[in-house]
Design a protein around this ligand. Structure first.
Ligand SMILES: NC(=O)c1ccc[n+]([C@@H]2O[C@H](COP(=O)([O-])OP(=O)(O)OC[C@H]3O[C@@H](n4cnc5c(N)ncnc54)[C@H](OP(=O)(O)O)[C@@H]3O)[C@@H](O)[C@H]2O)c1
Length: 258
């Protein structure tokens, strides 16, 4: 194990694109070192190279659904930096289908990536985390209200809320916090293909009472806040980062006029 680095250290899963990649940059620019994990090695290498001179980025290439990977990632943090202050369980894939149309392979895949993996990452991280550390899970508004074709995705994102609160209850007393961010819709590789479609507009943008779309920076800023001292009395919270979608019954003027 390395001597503990002076800079705090965050482990971010799903760091090769979208919310994860922007979150890596957010922490790097705030003076943290990073363990960045995903399957696409070249993407991670490009990201690390873009942060040369700003932060040290240790890369772990792996599939979060692989049972060995969570321990490997935490080990990388300890061997490279000698400490782990924050875990961001962000890796995930959009698989939307109604329950009746979801086959077993899809169900298993979604549960493995988005529920079992965060659980194992949390378990491994807790073994090395010190008081003052925190775990941040990336859920979804689909885990709170669900939505059309939520199916397995809504199921695992709701499960993550249970895990977040369980962690908060059991580890808060030793100074390790756990919170969840539930984004509405954010333009990333996950949503890019549908973003401009009429269906997506109606089921997302037109029910959001805000004058702009959500960005990966919005999520990264919230993640960083939760990990930082400024967020240090927040524990067991579910933060809907959705422009007011899940807490209002908004309909847009376009919808009202139809
Ligand atoms: N975009 C939205 O509107 C939205 C809304 C609510 C919640 N979210 C949540 O936000 C998180 C990030 O999504 P995003 O929008 O940023 O999507 P994205 O750009 O597609 O990023 C997904 C990330 O997860 C990684 N990943 C996926 N499966 C993996 C696996 N089996 N093992 C390791 N890494 C894996 C991908 O990397 P590799 O392919 O390189 O492995 C990628 O880095 C997800 O949990 C998603 O459910 C997104």
């Amino acid at each position: 194990m390395a001597n503990p680095s002076e800079k705090p250290v965050v482990l971010i899963t799903g760091a090769s694109s979208g919310i994860g990649a922007v979150t890596v940059k957010r922490f790097a620019n705030a003076g943290w070192n990073i363990v960045a994990l995903a399957r696409r090695k070249e993407r991670l290498e490009e990201l690390a190279a873009s942060l040369a001179g700003v932060a040290e980025v240790a890369i772990v290439v792996g599939d979060v659904a692989d049972r060995e990977v969570p321990a490997k990632a935490v080990q990388a943090a300890m061997e490279t930096f000698g400490r782990l202050d924050s875990l961001v369980n962000n890796a995930g894939a959009g698989k939307w289908n109604r329950v009746g149309d979801t086959d077993d392979d899809t169900l298993d895949e979604v549960i493995d990536i988005s529920l079992k993996a965060p659980f194992r990452f949390a378990r491994e991280a807790l073994a090395v985390m010190q008081p003052g550390s925190s775990i941040i899970n990336i859920g979804s508004v689909f885990g709170i209200t669900s939505g059309l074709a939520g199916g397995a995705y809504s199921t695992v994102k709701a499960g993550l809320i249970g895990m977040t609160r369980s962690l908060a209850c059991d580890y808060g007393p030793q100074g390790i916090r756990s919170n969840l961010i539930a984004p509405g819709v954010i333009k990333t590789e996950m949503t890019d293909a549908y973003w401009e479609s009429d269906y997506f507009q109606r089921t997302n943008h037109e029910i959001t009472p805000f004058n702009r779309e959500g960005t990966a920076d919005d999520v990264a800023n919230c993640v960083f806040f939760l990990a930082s001292n400024e967020g240090s009395y927040l524990n067991g919270q579910v933060i809907a980062l959705d422009g007011g979608w899940s807490t209002t019954k908004y309909v847009s003027p376009e919808t009202l006029a139809r």
